[in-house]
Design a protein around this ligand. Structure first.
Ligand code: ATP
Ligand code: MG
Length: 229
């Protein structure tokens, strides 16, 4: 295989081997601060690929992962949620996806990682308190995750959140975003992570630029696990 280098950081992809929750668990190393989160996820068996890491390492309040299909958006989004939950006292995270299967996929990753964290930190429990209600709620540590599909605006109103993650964000209507998401975050200057595949310049792109957020634009090939033809 021809060694491909990533133009921004000159990372050599051919020497990188990814594994999602299959890698050798390593002991969590707290000392290595700049790479602390990388090591943390590695300790859980997830190695972020170099482009995911480059995006994740940026600390902007508003982030827009505008990346190719199968790049690893949902996985890195889940990592952003975990970092927020572990850094923010009594975090309240709104986790949104366009459809129930996407929601289940994201919450599935989140659950896997949170359960792996529980192995290292027995005090942190994943507690799904959704029961049979239509307003699902998951507790992890002292934080709460509110998963939802973003079909209806009314359903999303009424709570203040410390973070919102929106998967397939370009499918959300601008009105839903403006009336439901923005005010719900505004109260606490919450973090906003948007994930989507580029489909031309949308209102969302303009919003992120105006909000002083960062747009992380990576093509699918920067995921070294994506099969080469
Ligand atoms: N760092 C990683 N290590 C190992 N596997 C990964 C990693 N990141 C993503 N994957 C795997 O790659 C695949 C694509 O990841 P993910 O679903 O996050 O991509 P996506 O960009 O959200 O895709 P889609 O465009 O379909 O929404 C999944 O099977 C996921 O488990
Ligand atoms: Mg996805």
């Amino acid at each position: 295989m021809v060694a491909e280098t990533y133009p921004w950081t000159q990372v050599d992809y051919s020497s990188w081997h990814g594994s999602l929750l299959m890698g050798e668990p390593v002991k969590l190393r707290q000392a290595d601060l700049p790479k602390r989160w990388y090591r943390f996820f590695e300790g859980l068996g997830l190695r972020l690929h170099p482009a995911q890491w480059e995006g994740f390492a940026k600390r902007n309040r508003v982030k827009y992962y505008l990346c190719g299909r199968r790049w690893g958006k949902t996985v890195v989004g889940v990592c952003e949620v975990i970092r927020h939950m572990l850094e923010t006292p009594r975090a309240r995270v709104l986790y949104l996806a366009a459809h129930h299967d996407q929601l289940d996929e994201g919450i599935g990753y989140l659950r896997m990682l949170c359960e792996a964290i529980h192995e290292h930190e027995p005090a942190l429990h994943w507690l799904d308190r959704s029961g049979s209600t239509r307003a699902p709620r998951i507790e992890f540590g002292d934080g709460t995750i509110y998963p939802s599909v973003f079909l209806r605006e009314g359903k999303l109103r009424g709570r203040g959140y410390t973070m919102a993650l929106i998967d397939e964000a370009e499918l959300m209507e601008q009105a839903v975003f403006e009336y439901a998401i923005q005010p719900a975050l505004g109260e606490r200057r919450g973090e906003l992570v948007l994930l989507s595949t580029p489909r031309g310049r949308s209102w969302l792109y303009e919003y992120v630029q105006k909000a002083g957020g960062i747009i992380l634009n990576y093509p699918t090939w920067t995921n070294p696990m994506f099969p080469r033809l």
